[in-house]
Design a protein around this ligand. Structure first.
Ligand SMILES: NC(=O)c1ccc[n+]([C@@H]2O[C@H](COP(=O)([O-])OP(=O)(O)OC[C@H]3O[C@@H](n4cnc5c(N)ncnc54)[C@H](OP(=O)(O)O)[C@@H]3O)[C@@H](O)[C@H]2O)c1
Length: 331
């Protein structure tokens, strides 16, 4: 590993356009290459962001010896094959949420990364937001007692477009994999892996989930009530309830600036902690620091948590009658 951590971007779409700007806030890291299925798109992205090398296929960036780590920002079913190829090429990975389209696919990537000793992390930026980090510290200090339940919602009203990845089955569309992953990951972060998953919802005509309400149950009586939707807007609020109070994570909770601590018998305390840049810098810093330290997993977003979240999403989707598949032709 060179002194500077050299990043490559795979799949220069909507989110890559935002994330890449945050390298300006990461010490000792730089985006040095980008790969698209079209050389023209790679070159245009590279031009907009001052990136040196453009590759016209994903295979080319895997063979680029001057790239240490890949940020994979393709649609969900196109993460699996590219991630496995990257691991075979010895490249570390930051993979957009949802990590894959299926539990089997996620398990394969995780096992390959662990066997090869290659760093891999899901780009669940919520866990690295300063306000979320503070909320976890407060909870660990006992500020709200024992956490008993979590509520969270995240939804947007999107015009139906069967060609958009949000609605297309072969692109892993639907609310659960795109937005539900945030509410599930937030609950799993605070409560651990649930014992039961119960989902209610509806589908779009493309066969992907339009909306879902989830009840996660724990054998000791703890619970999470979660909502996600592409059919209607939801505030994007989260609440963590403990035996001695609760914490509100103000909208939108997946990249919040403000939390409000409510302790029984005390005035509410508002705590505001802004993000660096667009808020993606924190996950980039985590991955960069892990690589520099020779770690193969993040302790904040460990792969076991990614697998647990993926399992909840798959169970919920299954109850709504939706199954997804990985795209073996993505690489
Ligand atoms: N962290 C966040 O805040 C956030 C926000 C939005 C999305 N995301 C995640 O980021 C990923 C991408 O989302 P996005 O909204 O950026 O998607 P997008 O705009 O559709 O871009 C995805 C890119 O992937 C590439 N791609 C590879 N195979 C493809 C295929 N079969 N069909 C379509 N595109 C394909 C395309 O680039 P080329 O063809 O040029 O290679 C495309 O531009 C998803 O996993 C999503 O959940 C994260």
């Amino acid at each position: 590993m060179t002194e500077e951590i050299r990043w490559g971007v795979v799949g220069p779409g909507r989110i890559a356009e935002q994330v890449v700007k945050d390298f300006a806030h990461v010490d000792g890291a730089r985006a040095v290459a980008v790969a698209s299925r079209s050389l023209h798109r790679a070159q245009a992205f590279a031009g907009r962001h001052g990136i040196g090398r453009s590759h016209g296929s994903y295979a080319e960036i895997l063979a680029d010896p001057d790239v240490d780590v890949l940020y994979i920002a393709t649609p969900h079913p196109q993460h699996h094959a590219v991630s496995l190829g990257a691991i075979r090429a010895g490249k570390a990975l930051l993979v957009e949420k949802s990590f894959t389209a299926t539990v089997a696919g996620a398990t394969e990537v995780v096992e390959a990364a662990r066997t090869s000793g290659v760093f891999a992390m899901e780009a669940m930026w919520t866990r690295f937001q300063p306000a979320v980090v503070r909320a976890r510290e407060l909870i660990a200090e006992g500020a709200i007692g024992d956490v008993r339940s979590v509520q969270a919602d995240l939804g947007v009203s999107r015009a139906f477009d069967p060609t958009d990845r949000l609605f297309a089955k072969e692109l892993g569309g639907g609310a659960l994999l795109d937005l539900g992953v945030y509410v599930v990951s937030f609950a799993q972060m605070l409560l651990g892996d649930p014992d039961t998953v119960t989902a209610t919802g509806s589908l779009f005509e493309t066969g992907v989930d339009a909306e879902a309400s989830l009840l996660l149950g724990y054998a000791d009586g703890r619970s999470a009530t979660l909502m996600t939707s592409l059919r209607n807007a939801l505030p994007g609020q989260a609440r963590v309830f403990g035996t001695a109070g609760w914490i509100d994570v103000l909208p939108r909770f997946h990249h919040p600036q403000t939390i409000v601590l409510h302790q029984v018998g005390a005035d509410a305390e508002e705590i505001t902690l802004p993000q660096l840049g667009g808020g993606y810098s924190h996950e980039l810093i985590e991955a960069t620091e892990c690589l520099r330290a020779g770690r193969t997993e993040s302790t904040v977003m460990p792969l076991a948590d990614t697998l647990a979240v993926q399992s909840v999403l798959e169970q919920a989707a299954g109850q709504l009658g939706v199954t997804f598949a990985e795209d073996p032709a993505a690489l």
